[in-house]
Ligand binder design. Structure first.
Ligand SMILES: [Zn+2]
Length: 180
């Protein structure tokens, strides 16, 4: 699903953008599809052009950094009908009760279902919606300094002033310190 979304999103941007503008991806799931988004589009956390919204949706947006214009793809409900046989085998594999025959059958079915997804036109899998988003600023190099409690080096934007000094987020949580 992630591979299909990334290919379709890039194709749309290619046809609708002027010049060589940096691409931004917004993913609404941290499931496996997001790995394909990173590989295919080159948008990654480290580059600051991959954003995660924890909505639990197979929805992926691709935007031009310059214009904020782009496209959001959201999985059509029922686009991949569940296969009871596949699910039953998956459970066996997960709880370690699958025999050799089960494992072979699972591998075959899994491959078959993957190919089904890859062979479908992206428009069968996803709805498309044009969007405009004001994007967060580009990734910045921030300074780090030690947390007053645990002593670990922490990005200064993630430290909070408390009565006992600058606390990192885990230390804030552990001590129940109020954020200012
Ligand atoms: Zn700390």
């Amino acid at each position: 699903m992630g591979y299909q979304a990334a290919r379709a999103g890039l194709a749309w941007l290619e046809e609708n953008r002027a010049g060589d503008e940096e691409i931004v991806a917004i993913v609404e799931t941290n499931a496996c599809g997001t790995d394909a988004i990173q590989v295919v589009t080159g948008c990654t956390f480290g580059k600051g052009n991959l954003f995660f919204r924890d909505f639990g949706k197979s929805a992926f947006s691709f935007l031009s950094r310059a214009t904020g214009r782009g496209i959001r793809l959201y999985a059509r409900p029922g686009c991949i009908p569940p296969s009871p046989e596949h699910l039953a085998l998956m459970e066996k594999v997960a709880d370690g009760t699958a025999g050799e025959e089960d494992l072979n059958q699972f591998a075959d079915l899994h491959r078959q279902r993957t190919l089904e997804v890859l062979r479908k036109p992206a428009s069968d899998l996803f709805g498309f919606k044009k969007i405009v988003i004001s994007l967060p600023p580009r990734a910045q190099i921030r300074n780090s300094q030690p947390c007053s409690r645990c002593g670990e080096s922490t990005m200064d934007t993630r430290l909070t002033e408390t009565k006992e000094g600058l606390f990192c987020r885990p230390c804030l949580e552990e001590t129940g310190q109020r954020t200012g």
